[in-house]
Design a protein around this ligand. Structure first.
Ligand code: SAM
Length: 244
């Protein structure tokens, strides 16, 4: 995914209005609600499969055993976009249960469509801000892993505060990992890769599995953006840290 693949807010988009508002939000969000058309297929998937596979946001801990009807390792993904990698990974690792958080409705519809097309059962979606999901729904030391693939790089310096990977969130994520659980991030924006490496390295409860950047783990498929980026000579950096 090249940085051009991400449309980022410009000077007069809602972000700036929000910042200028006399009623600032409680927290700085890591996303903006992008406009985007939901296709007919996505609409159908939202209507038919949403009730079974989209979990309502709640301010109580999620009981994953009862959600999935079994006891299995649980991996949380933050910001799955259109869900291509998510669907492939869920099929590659049927013994693991996945919870994907995404705020973009067409993406939720697209992933539901894949769930239907491929008969995926080990995946549920929460259409809500993952930061709040983490605050309320995920029990301490409960996760086998966390995936954060190509988080919005927020290129402009004044937007860096919106980047997902920052020390307080990483500490919170680490507290939700079970001992030995992993945090896997990938980005195609080198300055963000450096920031992620620094923030994760500074989190005392995490250990890097590589000297710095990791080999791409086999379960993470190459996205079409990434393939295009590779053809253009752009880099991608994977980081995999483990909870002590
Ligand atoms: C650049 S896209 C990458 C999507 C996907 N992971 C991929 O590799 O194609 C980042 C996604 O993260 C989502 N996102 C950002 N912050 C989020 C949050 N706090 N909670 C849920 N989704 C979030 C955005 O809506 C966006 O779809």
């Amino acid at each position: 995914m090249s940085d051009q693949a991400h449309t980022e807010p410009t000077a007069h988009d809602p972000l700036d209005t929000e910042e200028a508002s006399p009623f600032p939000r409680r927290t700085i969000r890591t996303f903006v609600m992008r406009a985007g058309r939901t296709t007919e297929g996505q609409e159908r998937a939202l209507k038919n499969l949403g009730p079974r596979f989209v979990l309502p946001y709640q301010t109580q801990l999620l009981d994953t055993d009862s959600v999935f009807g079994r006891t299995a390792p649980v991996v949380l993904e933050i910001g799955f976009g259109m869900g291509d990698a998510t669907a492939k990974i869920a099929q590659t690792l049927p013994e693991v249960d996945f919870i994907g958080c995404e705020v973009h409705e067409p993406g939720v519809g697209a992933l539901l469509k894949q769930i239907g097309d491929h008969g995926i059962t080990n995946l549920r979606i929460i259409q809500h801000d993952a930061v709040e999901v983490l605050d309320h729904m995920i029990a301490p030391a409960s996760l086998a892993g966390v995936h954060i693939f190509f988080p919005d790089p927020w290129h402009k310096k004044r937007h860096h505060k919106r980047r997902l990977i920052q020390a307080p969130l990483v500490a919170h994520l680490a507290s939700r990992l079970a001992p030995g659980g992993y945090l896997h991030c990938a980005t195609d924006w080198e300055p963000y890769a450096q920031q992620i490496l620094e923030v994760l390295s500074n989190e005392a409860s995490l250990v890097n599995t590589a000297p710095d950047y990791a080999e791409k783990p086999a379960y993470r498929p190459l996205t079409k953006f990434e393939n295009r980026g590779i053809r253009l000579g752009h880099g991608v950096w994977d980081l995999v840290f483990r909870k002590r």
